[in-house]
Design a protein around this ligand. Structure first.
Ligand code: CU
Length: 108
């Protein structure tokens, strides 16, 4: 089945070629040299509680259209508790979300 073999190879090439072309258009934020992974999104919120021991932060976040989330207050796990160091309640932050885990956090 040579024909099918070639077709399969072309399909695989097309799939390989896609990620480079499929960068999202979310380029409004300065200061981020590395492009975020496709599953990672950014949002803004205000710190309501910090639990360094549990590696959790509670944020009153703005709407996150990419997730179809309305504005709400919720607790997030952080990928690294060091992100929570010196983080004060009431601080407005921009955070990077991968699934339900915060992988980056910057005070605004
Ligand atoms: Cu939420």
């Amino acid at each position: 089945m040579k024909v099918l073999g070639i077709a399969g190879g072309l399909a695989a090439l097309a799939l390989l070629a896609q990620p480079a072309a499929a960068q999202d258009d979310h380029a409004g934020h300065a200061g981020h040299a590395a492009p975020a992974a496709a599953s990672a999104i950014e949002a803004v919120g205000v710190v309501r509680a910090v639990d360094v021991k549990a590696g959790k932060v509670t944020l009153a976040h703005e709407a996150i259209p990419a997730r179809k989330w309305p504005p709400m207050t919720m607790a997030f796990k952080v990928s690294d508790p060091a992100l929570l160091k010196d983080l004060a309640v009431g601080t407005k932050v921009r955070f990077k979300l991968d699934g339900q885990t915060i992988t980056g956090l910057t005070a605004l």
